[in-house]
Write a protein that binds this ligand. Structure first.
Ligand SMILES: Nc1ncnc2c1ncn2[C@@H]1O[C@H](COP(=O)(O)OP(=O)(O)O)[C@@H](O)[C@H]1O
Ligand SMILES: [Mg+2]
Length: 386
């Protein structure tokens, strides 16, 4: 029988888990086979739709934001999609003070995740999946006040553990390998990523995520980094041709099950139940991503028609509507800048968009007003509510 690993007594008295290097022997029964096919089919649809979309970049940048937010939320980050847009809006408008945003630390975690995702996709052009890449990503991910004492970009040098917040090593639910054993295990994992074997890539990816979480090589950020690895691995292997998968959607929705199933691999040496859960997450997330694309395209058409019907179809109006899909939270000043127009023109056109219900003012103030493209933000926000 395959063993997922063993508990090794440590000098200080506790036991730490040492995972068996991948791959274990996996039984692909009919159920798993069907799920595999379905997941592959949906990923192919996601890949091919991105070839035909008029503005793929838009969907990529929105889905990257969504994945970043969901993944950070799994670990308790308190930020919303609107917060992320608000942050970007501040960056766009230099007069605004980012530090004034109420939950700036949490937003920064999401922004770092977005940076890491974009960086990794670019970096994979000249660097393969590797420990080097993993460390580079970790450095970006933890590049903020909260991460400073968590040795960004470096593997752990002290023992870590998983359990309820604030629990001691002895109360831990799970103690991952020691720093030394962890280095060895990460080396094995790197080799496995490059190894050609006869397991389907999606199964390999599921195993890699499990193994990474079990090794827990960093002091913090292991959850987020392990989820980034899913996107990067699939992208690197050409299973995903664009980073359009916000897999954390399903993990967040089923967070306890996600943790329990990781545990169950170790407790019962049962890899298959984790793989099935992982495949479900690919299936559900791809379905959701495909449905979102459809909804967004429909919304765009609907609002274009509303503009025409209301005779607001100047080129400027069309440009503004397009812009809103990139910047769903906008001020009059932003519009002046983005469309290179004067204050009065910007203010007039916003008023028109407000009148026909495309934009909604959200500050309730007379000055420094902000407008949101609510219907669009609602589609994107699905699943990201706190
Ligand atoms: N029992 C477990 N076994 C293995 N991994 C787990 C277990 N419970 C939680 N995890 C993983 O650990 C992550 C949390 O680790 P942590 O280093 O704090 O990451 P982050 O800083 O991104 O929250 C979870 O998101 C999950 O992926
Ligand atoms: Mg953490």
């Amino acid at each position: 029988m395959k063993k997922s690993g063993m508990y090794m007594p440590q000098i200080r008295g506790y036991k730490a888990f040492i995972p068996t290097p991948l791959p274990p022997e996996i039984t692909i029964d009919e159920n798993m086979f069907n799920k595999l096919n379905q997941a592959n089919k949906l990923l192919n649809q996601l890949n091919s739709i991105s070839e035909f979309l008029p503005n793929t970049d838009l969907f990529i940048s929105m889905y990257v934001k969504k994945e970043a937010l969901l993944s950070a939320q799994i670990e308790g980050t308190q930020a919303s999609l609107q917060d992320v847009f608000e942050f970007e809006q501040c960056e766009y408008d230099f007069d605004k003070d980012i530090e004034n945003l109420k939950n700036i630390n949490d937003i920064e975690e999401v922004i770092n995740y977005i940076k890491a995702l974009n960086y990794g996709i670019k970096r994979l052009e000249d660097l393969p999946m590797s420990l080097k890449l993993i460390k580079e990503l970790h450095k970006i991910l933890l590049d903020n006040a909260c991460g400073a004492d968590k040795t960004p970009g470096e593997f752990k040098k002290t023992q870590n553990w998983i359990g309820l917040a604030g629990c001691t090593l002895n109360e831990a639910k799970f103690v991952p390998p020691s720093p030394e054993d962890s280095v060895q295990a990460m080396g094995d994992l790197e080799l496995y990523m490059h190894k050609k074997n006869n397991l389907p890539e999606l199964i390999k990816c599921a195993l890699i995520h499990y193994q990474f979480e079990t090794i827990h090589p960093f002091l913090d950020g292991n959850g987020r980094l392990g989820r980034l690895l899913i996107t990067f691995y699939l992208y690197w292997r050409g299973i995903l041709t664009k980073p359009l998968l916000y897999i954390s959607y399903y993990f967040k929705k089923n967070k306890q099950e996600y943790y329990d199933r990781l545990n169950m691999v170790r407790d019962k040496d049962d890899y298959e139940q984790w793989i099935l859960f992982f495949l479900d997450s690919i299936i559900k997330t791809s379905e959701s991503a495909l449905a979102d694309i459809k909804k967004i395209l429909e919304l765009k058409e609907k609002d274009q028609n509303i503009l025409f019907k209301n005779k607001i179809s100047s080129p400027l109006a069309i440009v503004l509507l397009n812009k809103l899909f990139y910047m769903p939270l906008i001020s009059i000043k932003d519009i002046q800048k983005a469309l290179e127009i004067g204050y009065q023109t910007a203010s007039d056109i916003i008023e028109q968009f407000e009148r026909i219900g495309i934009l909604k003012e959200i500050t309730g103030k007379k000055r420094n007003r902000k407008f949101v493209y609510a219907e669009y933000l609602n589609i994107l926000s699905q699943g990201t509510q706190l």
